[in-house]
Design a protein around this ligand. Structure first.
Ligand SMILES: CC(=O)N[C@H]1[C@@H](OP(=O)(O)OP(=O)(O)OC[C@H]2O[C@@H](n3ccc(=O)[nH]c3=O)[C@H](O)[C@@H]2O)O[C@H](CO)[C@@H](O)[C@@H]1O
Ligand SMILES: C=C(OP(=O)(O)O)C(=O)O
Length: 435
């Protein structure tokens, strides 16, 4: 298993360009299954999870062509259902979360589909009820086959209806939208997830001929159509990578410009960093993070200690809380980090505590961070990355620490960040990949 050796304590300086968004790419690639015509998608991040999904589609018979870096064409005019019964399909689909989103398109186009229990980060229970309840509302039947370990859905005909989702699940909303675009009649989805990547999916589907309105709100109306055609689509920059770089700049006291970030799509992410005292300046569509020797956490207006908590969009994305936590370790002041959505995402703080950070893990969801205002530096250590975002948080910690750290299991980081070592080395970091 590959690892990173990181020589910490270097100040970084320069420009970083975020890759295309992982979680958007996973949705829009699955949407290619909704037409027999060619779909061309650009700004696809060539990271482990996305490459696995593309391979999965190839195995299913989709004709995939890499036109240039980050640009692929897909044509799903001949799906090989036998492949869905193979060990190769099972192991690939089971290794990533995004694979669950092939089910909605298969159901819509072919009346049936199956997928093994999907993988992804081990960050707590990750239920799929919303997906299946939504499919059932559209008239599908769903079963879990305990022997094959697969979820199966089938329907003679999908019919539009009103549904109030039990929670605003991101992949659940995407899956239901993809099933509903070809259903007969009108589907109304209330309590829909409305984060930018779901919006992007809807815009792409409309470009293919779908009729979705209410985009960007939590009430979507979908008028079913007979069929969809091809289109061209470009993925947004990855907002989690953008946030990771803001945190990196602050903790390593570096001056970094993050290029072409699509500021309107970042929601409250920049403001949440500003609450930690980090200067985030907008320059056109770039974010400029000046070198700051100190940053001071704001209190709430009533004088109580700040809480940084996740919430469904337009709230703060849960995928950045690990970065907020690590950045807070060297702020001036204290903050409560409250990870509401996932129950096992904060355990990596043990490693930060080993490195000298002052953190109290109150319970699996909450950690209080007492910032050290750079009065004592984190110490280098050996660590393993438990999940993608803890992985980037540990890498940021290692880059700010005194000495050489080793991070094992960097596949977890590679799942979501394209050539992160090369990108950061280009602006002054010292990260060595050891295979
Ligand atoms: C491939 C992909 O796109 N993965 C993202 C997607 O995962 P995914 O779509 O799997 O996550 P969901 O939105 O379904 O839910 C995430 C967690 O939040 C809980 N929950 C969700 C909605 C809600 O209103 N209340 C609530 O408590 C769920 O029970 C679950 O534990 O969205 C998550 C939440 O932004 C992100 O962390 C993942 O990176
Ligand atoms: C949790 C994440 O990914 P996934 O849903 O693919 O596991 C993430 O991107 O932070």
């Amino acid at each position: 298993m590959s690892k990173f050796e990181v020589i910490g304590g270097r100040r970084l300086k320069g420009e970083l360009v975020p890759q295309g968004a992982k979680n958007e790419a996973l949705q829009v690639i699955c949407a290619c299954l909704l037409t027999r015509e060619e779909v061309v998608i650009s700004n696809i991040p060539e990271i482990l999870d996305v490459i696995k999904l593309i391979d999965l589609l190839r195995g299913m018979g989709v004709k995939v062509e890499r036109l240039q870096k980050g640009e692929f064409s897909f044509r799903a005019n001949d799906i090989n259902f036998d492949y869905l019964e193979t060990e190769d399909f099972y192991s690939k689909a089971a290794s990533l979360r995004g694979s669950i989103m092939i089910l909605g398109p298969l159901l819509a186009m072919h009346g049936c589909g199956l997928v093994p229990k999907p993988g992804g980060d081990k960050i707590g229970r990750r239920r799929l009820d919303t997906h299946f309840l939504g499919f059932e509302k559209l008239g599908a039947t769903f079963e879990y086959d305990a022997i094959s370990g697969c979820y199966k859905a089938s329907a003679q005909k999908l019919r539009g209806t009103y549904m109030l989702l039990d929670e605003a699940s991101v992949t659940g909303t995407a899956n239901i939208i993809m099933a509903a675009v070809l259903a007969e009649g009108v589907t109304t989805i209330y309590n829909a997830a409305c984060e930018p990547y779901v919006q992007q999916l809807c815009r792409m589907l409309n470009a293919m001929g779908a009729r979705i309105s209410g985009i960007a709100s939590n009430l979507l109306t979908i008028e079913g159509v007979e069929s969809l055609g091809g289109c061209q689509h470009r993925c947004l920059p990855d907002m989690i990578e953008v946030g990771s770089y803001i945190g990196l700049a602050a903790l390593t006291r570096s001056e970094i410009t993050i290029k072409n970030v699509a500021i309107p799509q970042l929601g409250i992410i920049p403001d949440a960093f500003r609450k930690l005292g980090i200067r985030v300046e907008e320059r056109g569509d770039d974010l400029y993070i000046p070198r700051q020797e100190h940053y001071m956490i704001e209190d709430f207006i009533d004088g109580s200690i700040l809480t940084i908590a996740d919430a469904p969009w337009p709230g703060l994305t849960p995928d950045l809380l690990s970065v907020f936590l690590v950045v807070a370790t060297q702020a001036k002041g204290s903050v409560l980090i409250h990870q509401k959505m996932f129950e096992s995402r904060l355990f990596f703080v043990d490693k930060l505590i080993d490195m000298g950070a002052k953190i109290i893990l109150c319970d699996p969801h909450r950690a209080t961070v007492i910032g050290q205002n750079h009065e004592s530096q984190l110490r280098a250590t050996k660590m393993t990355s438990p999940d993608i975002r803890a992985g980037i948080a540990l890498l940021i910690a290692a880059l700010s620490a005194q000495g050489t750290s080793v991070i094992d299991n960097i596949d977890q980081i590679d799942r979501g960040y394209e050539h992160i070592d090369e990108k950061l080395n280009a602006i002054g970091a010292e990260i060595r990949r050891v295979d």
